[in-house]
Design a protein around this ligand. Structure first.
Ligand code: AN7
Length: 369
């Protein structure tokens, strides 16, 4: 399959690229949108900021087919759903999982229903669920309540749940760690991620462990995750009944992969820390205006976290303090900024009105310089 696709000039997705590491067989119909192979972008500014000869890379997952890292897991989940003859896939979502589920279900020719917290997901993601043809159900409640409902539906025949409680999702998502090692020639010393359901934290650690076991990497990274301060169950070690953050993707009070992620963090010598919405938006703005990378608010949490840990030299336990000189740091940017334009189109984002006249425009530009 891989050979025949490539022979025809098509890009391959993560299943064809990493088949031997994934739970698929020749009998599995591959449902793919050529996801993965996202760029690992070197950031000279962040590297200089970290100092000590560190090199910082940004894994830009917003460049996946539906604009987030969720596509890596969804290609495996939908392929397995198709293999098992599922007639309906369902998921709860803060937006990106539902966008990916809807797209891959469309590709597979399987019906999809998504359960979304009413009024709490970014418009771009809602548009995606609709345009890919999913049944969109707005639940009066938060993400955690949506997920509880989905879990209750697990017993219905013919229904496949494609939330990250579906083990195939994390299997697919671990391929991001493979790509990072393949690109760098070794694992980074520090892997930084935003944390919502903590599935990605779990999946990256698994990917790093597997490649390390196969001697593709000589070391393992410390895993450093950031929750939004108002939605930080892992950090505070308790379920948050009413999570709040403007980073709607990570507005989660009872993460699905809580235990596995905690184990990953401990094993790696890492940490889960918190970051305020203000710090998240400052990092989002910095990434766009300084690096030319537009990411959604939740995705900026990893870079916001790096800024914070770097300035908090007093925090002795921080993994950032424990990495060696000349360390390699990877920050994953999980989703594209175009998913949530409302988050940046606030009062300060007003176009400058101008007549269609060259000299008037030159004088405006002179003033704004
Ligand atoms: C952009 O789509 O949970 O810690 O339902 O969309 O693996 O959950 C999204 C999560 C980070 C957190 N960045 O990752 C969903 C959902 C973005 C996200 C996360 C999400 P996990």
């Amino acid at each position: 399959m891989k050979e025949s696709l490539e022979a025809h000039g098509a890009s391959i997705g993560v299943i064809e690229r990493y088949r031997e590491h994934l739970p698929v067989t020749e009998a599995t119909p591959v449902v793919s949108l050529s996801e993965g192979s996202t760029p690992l972008i070197y950031s000279p500014r962040l590297s200089a900021m970290m100092g000590r000869g560190c090199r910082v890379y940004l894994k830009y997952e917003g460049l996946n087919p539906t604009g987030s890292f969720k596509d890596r897991g969804m290609t495996v989940a939908l392929s397995k759903a198709a293999e098992s003859g599922a007639r309906l896939v369902i998921c709860a979502s803060t937006g990106n999982t539902s966008a990916a589920a809807a797209a891959y279900a469309a590709r597979a020719g399987i019906q999809c229903a998504v359960f979304l917290p009413s009024g709490k997901i970014a418009m771009g993601k809602l548009a995606q669920a609709f345009v890919y043809g999913a049944v969109v159900i707005a639940i009066e409640g938060n993400f955690d309540q949506c997920l509880k409902l989905v879990r209750e539906m697990a017993t219905e025949p013919g229904i496949s749940i494609v939330n990250s409680i579906n083990p195939y999702r994390l299997e697919g998502q671990k391929t991001a760690a493979f790509e990072i090692i393949d690109a760098l020639g070794d694992a980074p010393h520090l892997q930084v991620l935003p944390v919502g359901n903590a599935g990605n934290t779990t999946a990256y650690w698994r990917g790093y462990l597997e490649y390390h076991r196969l001697h593709r990497a000589t070391r393992l990274p410390r895993m450093l995750g950031f929750e939004a301060a108002g939605a930080a169950p892992i950090y505070y070690e308790r379920v948050i009944e009413h999570p709040e953050t403007a980073a709607s993707a990570i507005r989660i009070g009872n993460p699905a992969s809580w235990n596995m992620a905690t184990a990953a963090i401990q094993e790696s010598g890492g940490a889960i820390e918190i970051i305020t919405d203000e710090e998240i938006f400052a990092a989002q703005s910095w990434l766009a205006s300084q690096e030319g990378l537009f990411v959604e608010p939740a995705s900026a949490a990893s870079v916001a976290g790096l800024f914070k840990c770097r300035s908090q030299t007093a925090c002795a336990d921080c993994p950032v303090q424990k990495i060696p000189d000349e360390a390699i740091i990877v920050c994953t940017l999980t989703g594209h900024g175009l998913k949530d334009t409302a988050s940046v189109l606030n009062d300060r984002a007003k176009p400058v009105p101008a007549p269609a006249d060259k000299s008037a425009i030159l004088s405006i530009l002179e003033k704004t310089r």
